[in-house]
Design a protein. Structure first.
Length: 195
């Protein structure tokens, strides 16, 4: 059974297509028109070792919020479609990722239930990275969780510079997600019998 999906989301603000293959490491360079966000999507692809392609446009003349949030939504929809009934997946993943002065910890549960705990705001994070802040990162993750049926906890244990904070979070998410989607049995990973 193929664990791949292509989802397109088109609104008056954005037009985004995400292709996700959970059993392939082939990916295409992201093309959203936002340089730093493309850099983060590239890191997500490389560190998750999942086949991911993201292309689209958004109303960047206003600001990057809509593009980033809607990409998270579309990625979550693609994950839901690619996972199917979620039978046999590892379900959980966890990763710590350092980046210079920054240390991020991400824990993921592909439970089918959406919940986000995002706590970088508990530290002073300065500046932005190409117009992207850790608040944009939160909206990306909120969209991803809500439409991917993902419970996600993000903790920033150290860090102040926005570029390093965002990148460490993305890389930790990638590594946790890689572990969570892995097929490790033929059973449903829940005492309920379904996710």
């Amino acid at each position: 059974m193929s664990r791949a999906a292509t989802i397109t989301r088109k609104t008056q603000e954005t037009d985004i297509t995400v292709r996700l293959d959970l059993d392939s490491s082939r990916y295409d360079a992201p093309a959203t028109g936002h340089g730093f966000f493309d850099h983060m999507l590239d890191a997500l692809s490389r560190h998750s070792r999942l086949g991911l392609s993201v292309s689209g446009t958004g109303d960047l003349h206003i600001e990057p919020h809509h593009l980033i949030e809607d990409t998270g939504i579309t990625l979550g929809q693609a994950l839901t479609a690619a996972l199917g009934d979620r039978k046999g997946i590892e379900r959980y993943g966890s990763a710590f990722v350092p980046m210079d002065e920054t240390l991020a910890h991400v824990v993921v549960d592909l439970s089918g239930r959406a919940h986000l705990e995002f706590h970088p705001e508990r530290l002073d994070v300065y500046g932005d990275a190409g117009g992207m802040t850790h608040y944009h990162m939160r909206e990306f993750l909120r969209g991803f969780c809500n439409h991917g049926g993902v419970t996600l906890h993000v903790r920033l244990l150290a860090g102040r510079e926005a570029h390093h904070v965002i990148e460490a979070i993305i890389k930790a998410l990638a590594r946790a997600l890689r572990d969570a989607v892995a097929i490790t049995s033929d059973a449903m990973p829940s005492t309920k019998g379904s996710l």
